[in-house]
Each structure stands twice: as C-alpha cells, then as structure tokens.
Design a protein around this ligand. Sequence first.
Ligand SMILES: [Zn+2]
Ligand SMILES: [Zn+2]
Length: 137
Amino acid sequence: MVVGYPDALRRAGLRVTQPRVELLSLLDCIPEPITHGDAVKLLGDKGGDPATTYRNLIRLVDVGLARIASVVGGVTYFERMSTDGKQHPHFHCQKCGTISCLQEAQITSAPPPSGPWNEALQEARLTFVGRCPNCRP
Ligand SMILES: [Zn+2]
Ligand SMILES: [Zn+2]
C-alpha cells in the first residue's frame, strides 16, 4: 500500500506533516514491531528530531492508526494498526530480544461477557515468551 497516508492522517484528524507521513509509511512497510529508537534510526533525517518522532508515534496510537504491540523490559514496540482491526499476539525471544508478530495466531481468551470489566476493555495485548526459531539449537 503506497497511497493514502496523507488521507489516512487527515481522516484521523491529524495535521499532515512530512515526518508523520514518513512514519506511517515506515510502520506500514516494516513487518515487525519497532521501538522509538528503531524509528529514529530508520527514518533518519526524514522523521524530524527524536522528540518529534516520539510524539508522532503516540499521536498515531491515540488516533488508532498504530498500536502498541508489546512492552518488554520497559521498552515499547509500535506497529501499524491492521486495517481489519484484528489483533494478533507477539513473541518475544529471550535470547536475541526480537519481537515477532504471530499473524496466524489468535487471541482466543474471551473477555468478560458484560459488566464493568468488559466496559473497561480497550484492547488485548498478548506476548508469548521463549526462544525464536533462529535462536533454537
Ligand atoms: Zn531469537
Ligand atoms: Zn504485530
């Protein structure tokens, strides 16, 4: 998908800026969740300064264009919100530290069917932990 980033930003109520367009397109192209530091490195000059990139990541999450995939050891991993709104779990490798999307897996634990805890729910965020296929002997 290469079209429509300015439109997507506008529809979400955000002002269209070049760093935001670059950030959204980066999240769209990259297959795995990335940290703020990754985004700064990958965007280079195109992303503006690191503080801007951080604010933009938060804004994209606020408006639902991106989401927090996982928080591991205090580090937040961001990814593009899938267009069908479906959420998938992630895998954190304890050896190499990578976070991978398990696109084919589903979060099947059912939320409380009703009541205050059901109303409190915003999203499900599940991270499996272990050794990724690359790190297994
Ligand atoms: Zn690994
Ligand atoms: Zn993911």
